[in-house]
Design a protein around this ligand. Structure first.
Ligand SMILES: NC(=O)c1ccc[n+]([C@@H]2O[C@H](COP(=O)([O-])OP(=O)(O)OC[C@H]3O[C@@H](n4cnc5c(N)ncnc54)[C@H](O)[C@@H]3O)[C@@H](O)[C@H]2O)c1
Length: 299
């Protein structure tokens, strides 16, 4: 959390700020037992076991939007209010998605590694434009909509799959809502903006890749377990997809058996769950959660 936000809360509350607490389960357990509010990023696992010790807890602030590290069922059953930083890092993620789409359409990872190894791959590398391509968005919530707006500036056609969105609610966006299978078959770039749920776990798997007809680029900045990583690597090696960008993984930090399969000659971008983290978004997220914490605890 930004120090200024910590300082602001410290003027009003008794605050313990410790960025290593997620690694110290004993200290976390003893501190949470005395705490009215807790603020976490994504590493602290607020499990039922831990929350059972939090007798006084009434508020959880999340410096981000994914709630899969928090037992939200337990929280709602026990009157613990959970506040995500909804929308506060959406611009950062949306910029990341467009950066990756452009970079991968232009095969920049391969051009870069070829150039710095002295190969001068000027004619061997195909480069494409986002304009005129079809961008398929899985999930048309906060981030999906921001990606849509940016992609349309580049002249991309946008389609989306989101069964929880009504056409009438998104009439200001010039997009088509389509079935998932259609999205797979029509898209040149597929970007995933779903929550991790029982329905979305492993959603992108061998069957989905088999439906892709346009050698799409896959971008996942949502949650790792939504994409089956083995099937993704297989789809890339069989030229079913032409590139991929991953910011999130089924296991974080990523395991050796996964990253050993990645090489400089692949059209891919891997980042360590940082697409939502920019200097600007850190400030927005911290200030937002600080305001929410203060107003909640002050009643
Ligand atoms: N990598 C990062 O740093 C980072 C940062 C911010 C958000 N995220 C993740 O990005 C994802 C999207 O965030 P958001 O703020 O846009 O969320 P959101 O809740 O605003 O949007 C999610 C959308 O997915 C739709 N949806 C839910 N289940 C679905 C299903 N089974 N099939 C199709 N659509 C479904 C919902 O209707 C909703 O419109 C989340 O997983 C979030 O945790 C990652």
């Amino acid at each position: 959390m930004e120090q200024e936000s910590v300082d602001k809360m410290s003027e009003i509350f008794d605050v313990t700020y410790d960025t290593t607490l997620h690694n110290n389960q004993d200290r976390l357990s003893s501190l949470i037992a005395m705490t009215d509010a807790v603020i976490v990023r994504n590493k602290t696992q607020l499990t039922e076991e831990l929350l059972l010790k939090a007798n006084k807890l009434i508020f959880v602030g999340r410096l981000g939007v994914g709630l899969d590290n928090i037992d939200t069922n337990f929280c709602s059953a026990n009157n613990i209010f959970v506040q995500p930083a909804t929308g506060m890092n959406a611009d950062s993620v949306a910029e990341y998605v467009i950066t990756c789409a452009l970079s991968l359409l232009k095969n920049i990872p391969i051009a870069h590694s070829g150039t710095i190894s002295g190969q001068w791959p000027r004619t061997s590398i195909e480069s494409r434009e986002l304009g005129g391509k079809t961008l398929g968005l899985l999930g048309f919530g906060t981030i999906g909509r921001k990606v849509c707006r940016l992609a349309q500036v580049f002249g991309a056609e946008v389609i989306a799959y989101d069964p929880f969105v009504q056409k009438s609610d998104i009439s200001e966006f010039n997009i088509s809502l389509v079935e998932q299978e259609k999205l797979f078959s029509l898209s040149d770039v597929i970007s995933i903006h779903l929550p991790l749920t029982n329905d979305t776990k492993d959603l992108i798997n061998e069957n989905s890749f088999n439906l892709m007809e346009r050698n799409p680029i896959i971008i996942n900045s949502s949650r790792g377990s939504i994409v089956n990583e083995n099937d993704l690597i297989k789809a890339y090696s069989q030229n079913v997809i032409s590139g991929f960008a991953l910011d999130v993984y089924s296991s974080e930090p990523i395991k050796e058996d996964f990253y050993k399969q990645i090489s400089n000659s692949m059209n891919c971008i891997l980042t360590p769950h940082t697409s939502g983290v920019t200097s600007e978004s850190n400030i927005r997220v911290s200030e937002f959660i600080t305001e929410k914490t203060i107003s909640f605890l002050n009643g």
